[in-house]
Design a protein. Sequence first.
Length: 165
Amino acid sequence: MADYFICPVCGTEVDVDAVVCPECGSDDETGWSTESAFDGLYLYEDDEDNLAPQRNAKSRPWLKYVIPSIILITLSAFLATAVPWGIYLIPVILLVAGLAYYFMEIAPNMQANQEKKLYQELLNRARGDHALVERWISYERRRDPDADEFVLMESALYRWQRDNR
């Protein structure tokens, strides 16, 4: 038998005797109770007549890379043979494709990771109290209703640091 279980909130291995998750601070009250262990795990559609497994969007992640690659190779081959100066367009096309990939795949994930880290920092300051973190964020939201979530978390962290000097 394992001496640990997986935290349903963050996926970290947690010792069975632990009171809270060492990574995210969740506990029985905030989310690792057995009732929440299977939240968000929908294997079948809601329709009882149709018990076919739902198709996951990430079931073929390689497909989103193979198709654009084939298109780029085909376009490059066409330009290299059909147009005398087409060989000079290939680096430009590859640069545009690289920039498109960066702005569509990498840049949004960077901000999402920053938001997770900032929320984790707030959670550490609140000693694992999710409700307190949400109150801090909602307070900042009342002060600046038009701000996005990242700015609200930055403001809450700044206010906490300022008030606890």
